[in-house]
Design a protein around this ligand. Sequence first.
Ligand SMILES: C=CC1=C(C)c2cc3[nH]c(cc4nc(cc5[nH]c(cc1n2)c(C)c5CCC(=O)O)C(CCC(=O)O)=C4C)c(C)c3C=C
Ligand SMILES: [Fe+2]
Ligand SMILES: [Fe+2]
Length: 343
Amino acid sequence: MKGVLLVNLGSPDSPTPKDVKPYLDEFLMDERVIDVPLWWRRILVRGIILRTRPKKSAAAYQKIWWEEGSPLVVISERFSDKVKDLAEIPVALGMRYGSMSIKNGLQELKDKGVTEVLLVPLYPHYAMSSYETVVVKAMEEKDQHFPEMHITTLPAFYNNPDYIKLLSDSITNGLKDFDYDHILFSYHGIPERHIKKSDPTKFHCKIDGQCCSTNSVAHNTCYRHQCFDMTEKIKQYLGLSEDKVSLSFQSRLLNDPWLKPYTDFEFERLGKEGVKRLAVITPAFVADCLETLEEIAMEGEEQFKSAGGEDYKHIPCLNDNQEWVNLMVNWIHDWQLKEMLPA
Ligand SMILES: C=CC1=C(C)c2cc3[nH]c(cc4nc(cc5[nH]c(cc1n2)c(C)c5CCC(=O)O)C(CCC(=O)O)=C4C)c(C)c3C=C
Ligand SMILES: [Fe+2]
Ligand SMILES: [Fe+2]
């Protein structure tokens, strides 16, 4: 029997340093997130980052936490419940980090008699620290605990025309009551090194002005290309003028070079250059979370306004929007009935 496993990133069990610490430990000890040798990762994560970060992150989580729990988890559950109602085959939800594991999700499917799984990493783009680590972890769990299962993975959907339309419509909807001067597309950042590591040709991705717009097989796994391409497609769909849109990368950690421009610097630049009304969209996330609700909707507004901006709007992620649920169900049905995956 066929079934679906939806996987998002996961959150701590509560917004306290006690629960944030083990969550961050699992997250940052992932070799695809902090990609340095194990001995150095142990020193960096356990000896340095985890001494101070849990308290700081817990304070940030407290600002956005809902009565029902972490917004990322609650929204993912609402999305998953709606997909379950329409999919006609078993659907389970797992998280890459934290207590709602991928293993539990696969077990839930196995208990319902599922042997053929469609794995859906809930990320529109491919990055080794998001999409790839979900796939690798699911395959490890399968090999260890569910050898009889067969797993097929939904490809990254950053350029899927139906998804582009949904995101574009959500921008139109978000801007109905907001007369913007500028729209910033803020994507989660990654270290530049990750782009080079994910390049199968080993020479295409130079992180310059050209590589991401020169056709290459490297783009199947190039997060930077995929962010540029998605922005371009939405710009075209909505007919946005070049000078009113820009792209940036948020959420840096540590001092390595990360993808540029940096979102926090862009808030300052745009404010100083006279942009008064700024709209921000966060298309690396399908569900609102710490990085959108705190870093963008709260901190970002403060940064932009202290640089001279006046009005600010964060456009929510697609979350459990019914059209997004319907699109996911269509993809599931195509796979279930015709073995077809979205292009
Ligand atoms: C080296 C560090 C990190 C990389 C690389 C990274 C990539 C990456 N992350 C997401 C999506 C999310 N990240 C979230 C939180 C978060 N991310 C990092 C670090 C890296 N992410 C940390 C340490 C945290 C935790 C919070 C903090 O201490 O700042 C979240 C939100 C989780 C939540 O509970 O709400 C998401 C979602 C993507 C898509 C990505 C690569 C493209
Ligand atoms: Fe992250
Ligand atoms: Fe590139």
